[in-house]
Design a protein around this ligand. Structure first.
Ligand SMILES: Cc1ncc(COP(=O)(O)O)c(C=O)c1O
Length: 431
């Protein structure tokens, strides 16, 4: 895994000394290198520009949603995808243009949809028949002709962890294609004057390392529309582009995923004699994953001869649930001196009261001391986003670094925050 160091042999992030960051902001600490985020956003756009096809890159903010990341996305001129009223609220608070928002989700509430239409969310990606019905009522009430896409369940399996695979038929997401539900939804939406049906959407899964699933998905969405005698304005193939967590992972460059999708849809447009539809992608992990890392302070250790060396840090599953939830692998380096020769293989454990509270299953490291700083790499996606207050641990702070400068973008929670919503029990009872 790539990382950089300075003359003090310390790990640097965006040209900032990681040890200084840990001392300034404390640990656990999520740190994002914004120049890497911008680079990936621009790389995706550049591929579509080069191929001269209409497109939308929509950052899947479920991967990491704070005011600051919506502001960076807006600065880079890309759209954002939201999946809840809370993400919508955060995006609007960040000053994000609602026209550039798309709203995904398999059970959007009446209130979430009402606010979304009211605030002018550009595109709602309709997932089911109940939503089709209530969104039509809401749009009529507000006298809005709402742009929508229909989310399809394409019956395409992506080779990834079962919990992050969404394209197979047995999925909670989208209108099922194979049983004709998608066609039924199309007929309803096409006729509904409260909707401007712009296209189709299907997301097949996450952390995917080959292009075949994306090619199949893009082709199937186009063939489906053609089979209905319809030329959609938009084909949205979702996100899912894999990233490197350990040296065993071999993700493809953004260009390979995007070019495979473009090639497929250009081919279909020619075959069906269509005007080239807009190609929408919704990358999340690939935009923020590699740009983020989490700094921890090393604490206790446990050595079980001939079995295991445990190294405990001051965070864990409350700030990165993925190893426990998906058995996800990560890599870590000693921030004090990442290039020092490794001397042992350890399991990096958290401080939570769970055996499953592991951050890195197996990591070769130099000898470490309590108080040293460990950095777990590529934690930018689905880390802070899935953080919790388990064991009543406050959620860590988030810092953005860019060009040698650094800024706090989410303050560390305090114990007082943890009890802010707690109420004293004052019910008078007979017991
Ligand atoms: C509808 C949808 N779009 C986009 C994404 C982003 O996927 P990824 O972070 O793998 O790019 C997801 C995540 O699972 C999703 O459910």
């Amino acid at each position: 895994m790539k990382y950089s160091t300075n003359t003090s042999q310390h790990l640097t992030i965006g040209h900032v000394d990681a040890i200084d960051l840990a001392q300034s902001y404390g640990t656990p600490l999520y740190v994002y290198d914004v120049s890497k985020i911008r680079h990936t956003m621009r790389a995706f756009k550049a591929i579509f520009e080069k191929e001269n096809v209409p497109y939308v890159v929509s950052y899947a903010s479920k991967a990491f949603a704070t005011k600051a990341i919506y502001q960076v996305a807006q600065q880079e001129g890309i759209h954002a995808d939201i999946v809840s009223g809370g993400e919508l609220y955060t995006a609007l608070k960040a000053g994000f243009d609602p026209k550039h928002l798309s709203f995904n989700g398999n059970n959007k509430s009446w209130d979430e949809l009402t606010v979304a239409v009211e605030k002018g969310v550009g595109t709602i990606i309709v997932d089911n028949f109940l939503e089709l019905q209530i969104l039509s009522e809401i749009a009529a009430q507000q006298n809005v002709k709402q742009d929508i896409l229909l989310r399809i369940s394409p019956g395409i399996s992506a080779h990834t962890h079962e919990f992050i695979s969404t394209g197979q038929q047995d999925s909670k997401f989208g209108f099922d294609l194979l049983t004709g539900q998608a066609k039924k939804a199309y007929d309803i939406a096409q006729k509904d004057e409260n909707f401007n049906l712009r296209g189709l959407h299907a997301h097949i899964g996450s952390q995917i390392f080959d292009v075949t699933g994306f090619e199949k998905n893009a082709a199937l969405l186009a063939e489906t529309a053609q089979s209905w005698g319809w030329q959609p304005a938009v084909i949205n193939v979702g996100g899912g582009f894999g990233i490197q967590y350990t040296s065993e992972d071999e993700p493809l460059p953004e260009s390979e995923y995007a070019n495979a999708i473009i090639r497929t849809l250009k081919g279909k447009a020619a075959e069906f004699d269509w005007k080239m539809p807009e190609i929408w992608i919704e990358p999340g992990r690939s935009i923020v994953g590699p740009a983020g890392q989490t700094l921890y302070t090393i604490g206790s250790r446990k050595d079980i001869p001939d079995l295991r060396h445990y190294l405990a840090v001051d965070g864990g599953m409350g700030d990165n649930i993925r190893p426990a939830l998906y058995e996800a692998n990560y890599s870590a380096v000693l921030a004090n001196n990442p290039n020092a020769p490794t001397e042992e293989v350890v399991r990096v454990a958290g401080k939570y009261c769970e055996s499953g509270d592991v951050l890195v299953w197996q990591q070769a490291l130099p000898k470490t001391q309590p108080g040293d700083i460990l950095s777990v790499l590529a934690t930018g996606a689905y880390g802070y986003a899935m953080a919790s207050n388990y064991n009543r641990n406050p959620r860590p702070a988030v810092v953005f670094v860019e060009e040698g400068k650094h800024q706090l973008v989410v303050a560390r929670e305090t114990y007082a925050n943890l009890t802010a919503l707690d109420k004293d029990y004052t019910l008078e009872t007979t017991s």
